[in-house]
Design a protein around this ligand. Structure first.
Ligand SMILES: [Zn+2]
Ligand SMILES: [Zn+2]
Length: 348
């Protein structure tokens, strides 16, 4: 395995980084997590590996952590999901988080480091939520990545590490790439049926979700209601001067039902909003659970009736947890959500 493969993580940018260097670890104060999402909050977090404080041109500082990729993964899988989750879920997560991270190390998402520590990239919340089961899942899948083989008549056969996207709950059906990101087809990100997240028990959810995620209720099927005044305030905060909201018209939906183009008709002007994440921001003080919803307007109230939590492309974390509870192994879980892939060992 690539024991010496190191990843650089930008954990926090602040006017001044407050930290404490300890014998083998360091503590960062007031790390913001869930940035822009409904679980947005601050915590103190402890990390292994090396700490570098970078001074930015705008006067802020960034805490950058350098650590072995495999150690990073132990923290990621216990930040994304609870480290007490079924072993096969943790192993599936180790494989997809490794695959995703290795692509990010080749094509960094950020200036000066490979990945950030929040939901924008993968959650990396330090040592606190980690346990020996997370370490075991990473060890037992050491070096394993998800591979897709592309057969092309002109270019021949090409193998690539998959860009393994994932999210909390699909709501019954997963989404395709172009609903969320670029207008391309990613062959292994297809819309698949997922009966699993819909039948997960409250007991399993308590086991597989981390503390702050347990505050999110009814994410498979949800409803949000606003008065006319509330929605006007929310939409105008992001799109100033749109005026009184007269209509919300879904113009296009992806394969699961997630809206990727929404027309907001205001009394002053009209705005077409996409893709799925911008729509979730546009219609919430923080962020809607997903962009898969129907709109109803009656008696001065807007009601959005929706499904799922997250963008929906790739693996459904809660569905995968339920699959593991039902006895599927991690190879079967990965084959379900990433069509036409196989597990391989990353080149050293
Ligand atoms: Zn990021
Ligand atoms: Zn699902």
């Amino acid at each position: 395995m690539g024991a010496n493969r190191k990843i650089k993580i930008g954990i926090l940018t602040a006017p001044k980084i407050e930290y404490e260097q300890r014998a083998h670890t360091f503590l960062l104060k007031n790390v913001r997590i869930g940035i822009g999402f409904h679980w947005d909050r601050h915590e103190d977090q402890e990390f292994a590996g090396e700490l570098e404080i970078r001074n930015n041109p705008d006067g802020t500082q960034t805490a950058i952590n350098t650590i072995d990729l495999e150690d990073y993964l132990c923290s990621v899988i216990s930040s994304e999901m609870n480290a007490n989750s079924p072993m096969e879920l943790l192993k599936a997560h180790a494989v997809i988080s490794r695959s995703w991270a290795m692509r990010a190390m080749e094509h960094p998402n950020h200036e000066g480091y490979h990945v950030c520590a929040d939901d924008h990239c993968q959650r990396y919340e330090g040592l606190r939520r980690m346990n020996e089961r997370a370490v075991q899942a990473v060890r037992e899948t050491a070096g394993q990545v998800l591979i897709h083989v592309q057969r092309d008549k002109v270019q021949g056969t090409k193998e690539e590490i998959c860009d393994c996207r994932y999210y909390k709950c699909c709501g019954g059906k997963s989404e395709i790439w172009r609903t969320c990101w670029e207008n391309i087809d990613v062959p292994y990100i297809q819309s698949v049926e997922c009966p699993y997240c819909g039948r997960v028990s409250a007991k399993t959810l308590r086991l597989v979700l981390n503390d702050y995620d347990q505050d999110t209720k009814d994410f498979h099927d949800w409803q949000v209601t606003y008065t006319d005044d509330e929605l006007d305030e929310i939409v105008n905060a992001r799109y100033p001067g749109i005026g009184h909201v007269l209509a919300l018209e879904p113009l296009h939906r992806g394969a699961s039902g997630r809206i990727d183009s929404l027309r907001v008709v205001g009394s002053e002007r009209t705005e077409v909003i996409g893709k799925e994440l911008n729509i979730r921001y546009a219609l919430s003080r923080k962020c809607l659970y997903s962009s898969w919803f129907d709109v109803n307007h009656a008696d001065g109230r807007w009601t959005l009736t929706g499904h799922g939590w997250g963008h929906g492309a790739g693996l459904c974390q809660i569905g995968a947890a339920e699959m593991a509870e039902e006895g599927f192994n991690y190879e079967q879980i990965l084959a379900h959500y990433y069509v036409g892939t196989r597990i391989g060992i990353a080149a050293k």
